[in-house]
Design a protein around this ligand. Sequence first.
Ligand SMILES: [Zn+2]
Length: 149
Amino acid sequence: MEFRSFMELALEEARAAGARDEVPVGAVVVAPGGDVVARAGNRTRELRDPTAHAEMLAIRAACAALGSERLGGHSLYVTLEPCAMCAAAIAAARIERLYYAASDPKSGGVAQGARVFSHAQSHHVPQIYDGIAASEAEALLRDFFAAKR
Ligand SMILES: [Zn+2]
């Protein structure tokens, strides 16, 4: 299935992030026609930037590539439930569909915590599909943090 293969790309980005000693989260932006516009992994440590989450980097790169601050009709695939910051960026970018893998009880801002898209203030609410390849994404994160202890 298509959504599965795009999540596989996001998982590749997550693995690459982990290999750089970043929290293994990856994201992919897909155009309405099915082309991959941008892909990114976490780079908060490398860039010394607390906003350099995979989703933020992928959205920035996609907007730069398209020459637009809006990504209407686009899909975002990310291996972990977006945090409140990324969810707000997803709404601002008008991403049409959000696919994520693992849920994030600690920092997630979609299905828990801030629940950004449930607020009346949210300018735009994407269609949300969760749990895609969740076990792979969870295993990546678990192994990464286990190796830290
Ligand atoms: Zn985030």
